[in-house]
Design a protein around this ligand. Structure first.
Ligand code: HEC
Ligand code: HEC
Length: 359
């Protein structure tokens, strides 16, 4: 684990004064549900919660964070008019109350249609390059426009159809002019939504305060034992490594290989046989808030997840060799789950739905 930076420690001090659950101090205008169309300019400074490594943020040079772009992205993320029948927004499947997942086994899009995968957490995206369970979007900009032309998500036939619909909303034409100096384009939509998504963060969890902040009382004794198991006997950090609990790599645990409809995951993107059935290691931050679990949403509880790992997942010819039987006792399983429960933090709570949208 990294050493704590002094400035980060000072930040914890601030949080302690504000009390738990307080909003992170932020100069972003987005915590108040500010009026649509309000033009704020200037650089947006990311407020990185304690425990996250701000230096690892991925912000492309051609899409710097600005306050007005983030605000535009927030409007677009929550606006249901950006779907074929005005029923679905990004926020329909990434709900703030479930730490930006949807609490469903698999997500439902327009006309209640269901896809084959569970909605992953959409916070701390600023720390990842490849997005989606299979990493098919190389950038967050690319990810941010994918759902619009997905027939069972936002339901447009293509991006042109959506842009044509948006151009009928003068308020958006005005905002795009202000932010990008040009007409509404899908490129601009992607840049704005990606910028907004980069501000949705989770850090400063009790585990961070214990592990990096040196606060011995931040997590209970059982969770402290669980942390040691997490790193050693249970082998979790073989993949859930680093400050965001992910190696950003793809692994086959065997999810789906006990059914007759296996999702080939990363292989469908790379066509590399080594990637058959492999999925991206997800972050474990907020994990107690983001059930159900795995790309097919098969597990309702963390206890089920730990049992799955304990028995070495589901055997299949392409299973990752890092997956081994763990031989955990019942008490060790409980401690491991106790640790996972200390990973809920803050940052994303400040993101509020807009109170009004451009007309
Ligand atoms: C109908 C529900 C639904 C809608 C609407 C939706 N998403 Fe998702 N989102 C999902 C599902 C399901 C996945 C996983 C799909 C996959 O990985 O193949 C996902 C994946 C993601 C990811 C990847 C997270 C990761 O860890 O890689 C991000 C980010 C995201 N969505 C943001 C958005 C944005 C932005 C919008 C609006 C433009 C949006 N979503 C609209 C359900 C939805
Ligand atoms: C070989 C790499 C690897 C190891 C070791 C590993 N994981 Fe995972 N973990 C993954 C991948 C990959 C997924 C997503 C798999 C899928 O859905 O197909 C995942 C998913 C999860 C999820 C569900 C996350 C979500 O958002 O749905 C939890 C919880 C989890 N792991 C906890 C653990 C714990 C606890 C351990 C140690 C006992 C562990 N993992 C060990 C790679 C790993």
């Amino acid at each position: 684990m990294r050493f704590t930076r002094f400035s980060a420690l000072m930040f914890v001090g601030t949080m302690a004064v504000l009390g738990s659950g307080a909003m992170l101090p932020s100069d972003a205008a987005d915590s108040k549900g500010g009026a649509a169309g309000q033009a704020v300019s200037g650089e947006y400074k990311l407020q990185i919660p304690f425990g996250l490594d701000g230096d690892s943020a991925v912000i492309p040079a051609d899409n710097p964070l600005t306050k007005d772009k983030v605000e535009l992205g927030r409007l677009l993320f929550f606006d249901k008019r950006l779907s074929k029948d005005n029923t679905i927004a990004c926020a329909s499947c990434h709900l703030s109350k479930f730490a930006f997942t949807d609490g469903q086994r698999v997500s439902a899009g327009i006309r209640g249609q269901k896809g084959g995968r569970s909605a992953p957490a959409s916070f701390n995206r600023v720390f990842s390059k490849a997005q989606f369970w299979d990493g098919r979007a190389a950038t967050l900009e690319e990810q941010s426009v994918g759902p619009f032309a997905n027939p069972i998500e936002h339901g447009f036939a293509n991006h042109d159809e959506m842009i044509a619909k948006m151009k009928k909303i003068p308020g958006y034409r005005k905002l795009f002019k202000e932010v990008f100096g040009e007409e509404i384009t899908i490129d601009g939509v992607g840049k704005a939504i990606a910028s907004f998504q980069r501000t949705v963060l989770s850090g400063n969890s009790p585990a961070d305060r214990f592990d990096q902040g040196g606060d011995e009382k931040a997590i209970p004794a059982a969770a402290q034992k669980g942390l040691i198991l997490f790193r050693e006997k249970a082998r979790c950090t073989k993949c859930h490594s680093g400050f965001n609990f992910t190696d950003e790599k793809f692994h086959n645990l065997g999810i789906g290989w006990d059914t007759n409809t296996v999702d080939l995951g990363r292989y469908m993107v790379t066509k590399n046989p080594a990637d058959i059935g492999a999925f991206k290691t997800p972050t474990l931050r907020e994990i107690a808030r983001s059930a159900p679990y795995m790309h097919d949403g098969r597990f309702k509880t963390l206890e089920e997840v730990v049992n799955f790992y304990n028995q070495a997942g589901v055997k299949n010819p392409h299973q990752d060799e890092l997956i081994l039987p763990l031989d955990l006792t019942d008490e060790e399983k409980r401690n491991l789950v106790e640790f996972l429960r200390t990973l809920n933090g803050e940052g994303w709570q400040q993101v509020k739905a807009p109170t009004s949208f451009p007309r």
